[in-house]
Design a protein around this ligand. Sequence first.
Ligand SMILES: Nc1ncnc2c1ncn2[C@@H]1O[C@H](COP(=O)(O)OP(=O)(O)OP(=O)(O)O)[C@@H](O)[C@H]1O
Ligand SMILES: Cc1ncc(C[n+]2csc(CCOP(=O)(O)O)c2C)c(N)n1
Ligand SMILES: [Mg+2]
Length: 320
Amino acid sequence: MAGPLGEFQLIGRFFDRGPARKALLGIGDDCALLGAPACGEGLAIATDMLVGGRHVFDDVEPEALGHKGLAVNLSDLAAMGARPLAFTLALALPQADEAWLRGFSRGMFALADRFDCELIGGDTTRGPLNVCITVIGQVPAGSALRRDGAQPGDDLWVSGELGAAAFAVAERQAGRPLPADHPARVRLDRPEPRVALGLALRHLARAAIDVSDGLAGDLGHLLERSRVGARLVWPAVPVAPALRGLPGARRMQLALAGGDDYELLFAAAPENRVAIEALGPRLGLQLSRIGAFDAGDSMRLVDERDRPIAFEGHGFDHFA
Ligand SMILES: Nc1ncnc2c1ncn2[C@@H]1O[C@H](COP(=O)(O)OP(=O)(O)OP(=O)(O)O)[C@@H](O)[C@H]1O
Ligand SMILES: Cc1ncc(C[n+]2csc(CCOP(=O)(O)O)c2C)c(N)n1
Ligand SMILES: [Mg+2]
């Protein structure tokens, strides 16, 4: 078909995949319609946006952007122990480029289909690159993994490895962009939302948060909400292999304050230690016990002999 791609053509071609499967009504009306959840089930709802030049480089590969826009939202559902159900997509694009849209929708729907999460609506406009997704998930009432449930004496755990994505951002900013297949670039471009871990933790963890702003910052949010303190044992923190050759202070900065990790940080009673250790191999995911919660009101970074380590870093903040 000749001529420029219009707004409604664009939606029909790249985002409308026909009659809704999970929603009562999907794309094409003034609202989507979702059936009310069964008795005893609640809805978990979260919104995260990715802004060109701020959350992603403006030349980000469209397929990676489609993946990441949804992945950072699914990560919030994972951190809550919620099962993905549906999502909306608000999209601002500088121009309607068919090849770009094909890549973007391919990356987004590949991830959506893996988690059976259905696109039910959204909004499309011309403007500076912005992908804003709202996800809706389902969680039995009372079993959501909130930020406020950690107790003194609980173990502090984290999934995966930290710092790789921040390393990829730093290398690009220093004029040394990593190739797209470098493990650190893959972590930056295609974070894997830890949905299966979140579901498995519903009955094992007392509190959880996903690490988007850096471990130190997000642990701070958990401590504040739970009104507890924590000891964080630096040698136990799983640092991404890409950071191995770097000076110690730089590794610490990237792993604790770099951000964009999308791993789960969680609190669990020591009696659940064996069950949590068994989860790792089942999910093919490293789970590290990196400290413990206490009756304090802040994070103390220590070495393996409990001696304090100085750390100046803080979590990512768009306005600080
Ligand atoms: N503009 C806003 N209006 C209403 N609530 C907001 C707004 N911005 C953020 N919030 C709420 O503030 C809380 C903290 O938001 P924040 O974005 O820090 O969490 P997050 O999405 O888990 O982290 P991240 O965005 O780093 O992945 C959430 O409950 C969020 O819904
Ligand atoms: C081009 C570019 N510049 C900087 C970064 C780093 N970065 C951006 S947002 C964010 C935290 C999560 O944001 P939010 O709290 O809004 O979800 C981080 C660590 C990046 N990935 N790409
Ligand atoms: Mg957010």
